[in-house]
Every structure is written in structure tokens, then in C-alpha cells.
Design a protein around this ligand. Structure first.
Ligand code: KIV
Length: 271
């Protein structure tokens, strides 16, 4: 039996089972084939083709400008690389808010044109109709509550959300609404750890935290941040597992030096 045929792909059902037996879920973003191949081979459970691609791949200040076509391009590249992880794709800003028919059309394009496993949407009650319509088409949906970067112009800041009781209670209600609608998981971004623990205990679907503490059922980070490629972003929740910015800068500087000094290519590196 080949190694490939022994791979058991991660499904939404397996994520629920992981929560039930207390196994934490590891999720990271990826936006291209080569990175996704490394991340998948290293044993990640879920790959998010996040709209953070707008920031780390395209250099925009916010996630708002990325288009559905661009998300489909990134998601296709990732799906081609992945053998095991569940691939979730963000519906970008403007493709689902306020119109459930548009939302369904956007989700169908993602599923048809990328062959990803699921989509993710930011918001609670205000997008519930869109969530329900997409779910009724058989498309798995991951929710996203707390800091929702697509609403940055409404909030005006990327600071911790739901510190006040009213916002915290709305978040708990929204989490239950998403679970009752049929979402298979929910991302909790940048909220107090105690609140994230409460939501994780009340829900039967897994919560995936980013800046939401250890009480969540899983964790997610942006791959460029955790690998230290992107040095300009240092929130308290971010653990850097490598310093690729330095490794890559040193490698490129060395290459420049070697080309200029005629050290590269040498005799063995030519035909
Ligand atoms: O777009 C993204 O990368 C995300 C994660 C930060 C959860 O939504």
C-alpha cells in the first residue's frame, strides 16, 4: 500500500471528534502551493486560505480589497498541494454581507472552482441568513467572531474585542446561533481568554482561537507571522517559531555577494 493511500483526510466530523476526546486542533493559513505542501506534510489539521492574503501576499493595509477571484486563485493553489488537511477558504469582504443570494453564489464559486472543503465567514446574527442559505446548499461553514478584520472601519481598531459585558453576551449569543444554524466550527479572534473558555465549554462544535487563550479547542496563526517572515507585526498572542526574515535576508545578501564576486556559479554549477 502506498504512503499516499494511507493518509486519512481531516473532515469536519473528525474535528468534532477531536473536541470530544480533548485533542486540540492545529490550524495555520497558507496561500500558495509550496507553502501548503510543507504545512500539510508537517501534520496540520486545518489549512485556512485566509483573506489575510490581502495583507501578507498583496501588501494591503486591511483585508477589504481582496477579491473573490484572488481568493479562488490562492485556494486552488493550496488545494492542489494538500493530501490530509481540511482546507477552509475565507469569503472575502463584499461577497456575502447583506444579500444571502450573493453569499450563496460566492460560496458556490469557491467550492466549484477550488475544490476546497469549506468556507469561513465573519459575523454572527447580522449574517445569519447568508450562513443558513450556504449551509442549506450543503457547504460547510466555519464562523468567525470577536475581532472581525473585515469590519475594521466600523470598529476603528484591531484591539481586543468583547471586554465589555454587552459585547461579550452578544458574542456568546452569536456563537450559539452559528452552532444552531449548523456551522462546524467557529474562530474566536482576540477576545478575553475567560470568555473564549466559556464559549468553548458551552458549544459542542470546536472553537479555534487566535489571541483567545488556551481554553479554545484549537489554535490558528497566520503562517507568515509564526515563521517570522513578517517582522512588522508583534501582538502579544503571537509565538514566533522561526526567524525566516533573517534567514532569507542573509541568503539573498549572500547570493548577491556571490554573483558580484564571480563566486557563483562555480565550475560544478555549470554545464
Ligand atoms: O484571514 C485570516 O488569516 C484569518 C485568521 C486570522 C483567523 O481569518
Amino acid at each position: 500500500m502506498s504512503v499516499e493511500s494511507t493518509v486519512r483526510p481531516v473532515t469536519t466530523l473528525r474535528l468534532t471528534e477531536m473536541k470530544q476526546r480533548g485533542e486540540k486542533i492545529a490550524m495555520l493559513t497558507s496561500y500558495d502551493f509550496s507553502m501548503a505542501k510543507i504545512v500539510d506534510n508537517a501534520g496540520i489539521d486545518v489549512i485556512l486560505v485566509g483573506d489575510s492574503a490581502a495583507n501578507v501576499m498583496a501588501g494591503y493595509e486591511s483585508t477589504l480589497p481582496i477579491t473573490l477571484d484572488a481568493m479562488i486563485y490562492h485556494a486552488r493553489s493550496v488545494v492542489r498541494a494538500v493530501k490530509r488537511a481540511l482546507v477552509v477558504v475565507d469569503l472575502p469582504f463584499g461577497t456575502y454581507q447583506g444579500n444571502s443570494k450573493t453569499a450563496l453564489d460566492s460560496a458556490i464559486r469557491i467550492m466549484k472552482e477550488t475544490e476546497a472543503d469549506a468556507i469561513k465567514m465573519e459575523g454572527g446574527e447580522e449574517i445569519l441568513e447568508s450562513v443558513q442559505r450556504i449551509l442549506s446548499a450543503g457547504i460547510p461553514v466555519m464562523g468567525h467572531l470577536g475581532l472581525t478584520p473585515q469590519s475594521i472601519h466600523k470598529f476603528g481598531t484591531y484591539s481586543v474585542r468583547a471586554k465589555e459585558e454587552a459585547e461579550a453576551e452578544k458574542l456568546v449569543r452569536d456563537a450559539h446561533l452559528l452552532e444552531e444554524a449548523g456551522c462546524f466550527a467557529v474562530v474566536l479572534e482576540k477576545i478575553p481568554a475567560a470568555l473564549a473558555t466559556r464559549v468553548s465549554q458551552e458549544l459542542t462544535i470546536p472553537t479555534i482561537g487566535i489571541g483567545a487563550g488556551a481554553g479554545c479547542d484549537g489554535q490558528v496563526l497566520v503562517i507568515h507571522d509564526m515563521l517570522g517572515i513578517n517582522k512588522g507585526f508583534s501582538p502579544r498572542f503571537l509565538r514566533r517559531y522561526a526567524d525566516l526574515h533573517t534567514v532569507m535576508t542573509d541568503a539573498v545578501s549572500q547570493y548577491v555577494e556571490d554573483v558580484k564576486s564571480l563566486d557563483f556559479p562555480n565550475e560544478k554549477e555549470q554545464y
